[in-house]
Design a protein around this ligand. Structure first.
Ligand SMILES: [Zn+2]
Length: 254
């Protein structure tokens, strides 16, 4: 089958002197792994090798050898030059595409997830954009789109509302990746796999849910970093491995 889709390059490896294997996340056709013949020639139609994060209009077919489709044409419309100029923003962007590649299955369309990545990268291009907050919102939404994260307002075991009244009480709330949510002080004892939360993480999660509901809320850096650490932990537990960009993109503990 032949497709024409808006697409973002999420993986690229050399295949031969002149060709690449490129994975695109497309808007309407999900993830596509394609053989891109001749793209590394300077006079190729794509104007040279296709870079990670490159966005544009992609024409491809899905039938090919070794489970690879074939890239017919790619015209870049956004190269994300601004975000490439600063290490923190570039690392956040590379983490975003790595996570997308892990969570979005091949050939399964997910328009909302595509739009989320497209907007997230555009935000990182803006001067002075809050990198940690953009990444926190992206991780949280992408995990929700992938069906790996619930609402995080109540205990997943007993359903009790989790509303700690003080920083001390917040330290008694836990998150379990295997259980898929928050655990109240009564239920946490029974869970083997879990991570302790704190007031900053809970405030950050609350802000993200408010933002998703359309309210304008600030996500201070401290809260964004705390949420990013929690969600990166969840990703590690769910995938059973550490993503390559974690150590660059996620600020580690205090
Ligand atoms: Zn409970």
């Amino acid at each position: 089958m032949r497709f024409r889709e808006p697409a973002i390059c999420i993986r690229a490896t050399d295949y031969s002197e002149t060709s690449q294997v490129v994975t695109f996340f497309t808007r309407g056709a999900g993830t596509a792994r394609l053989l891109a013949k001749g793209t590394k020639r300077p006079r190729s139609k794509s104007g040279g090798a296709i870079d990670l994060l490159s966005e544009g209009d992609l024409v491809f077919t899905t039938s090919g050898r070794e489970g690879l489709g074939t890239l017919i044409e790619f015209s870049e419309t956004v190269s994300h030059t601004p975000l490439r100029r600063e290490a923190a923003r570039l690392h956040a962007a590379l983490y975003m595409i790595e996570l997308t590649g892990e969570l979005m299955p091949e050939a399964a369309p997910h328009v909302e997830a595509f739009d989320l990545l497209h907007k997230g990268l555009a935000r990182l291009d803006e001067p002075g954009s809050p990198t940690a907050a953009v990444l926190a919102y992206f991780q949280w939404r992408m995990l929700r789109h992938a069906g790996l994260l619930g609402a995080l307002r109540a205990c997943v075991t007993c359903g009790a509302a989790v509303k700690p009244a003080s920083a001390r009480e917040a330290r008694r709330v836990w998150f379990s990746s295997r259980e898929g949510g928050l655990l109240c002080p009564t239920c946490e004892g029974a869970a083997v796999e879990k991570i302790r939360l704190d007031a900053e993480t809970l405030a950050g999660l609350e802000a993200l849910q408010a933002a998703a509901a359309g309210r304008k809320v600030a996500l201070p850096d401290g809260q964004a970093h705390a949420v990013n650490r929690l969600l990166a932990y969840h990703v590690r537990e769910q995938l059973g491995k550490v993503l390559k960009l974690v150590r660059y993109a996620i600020a580690q503990g205090r």
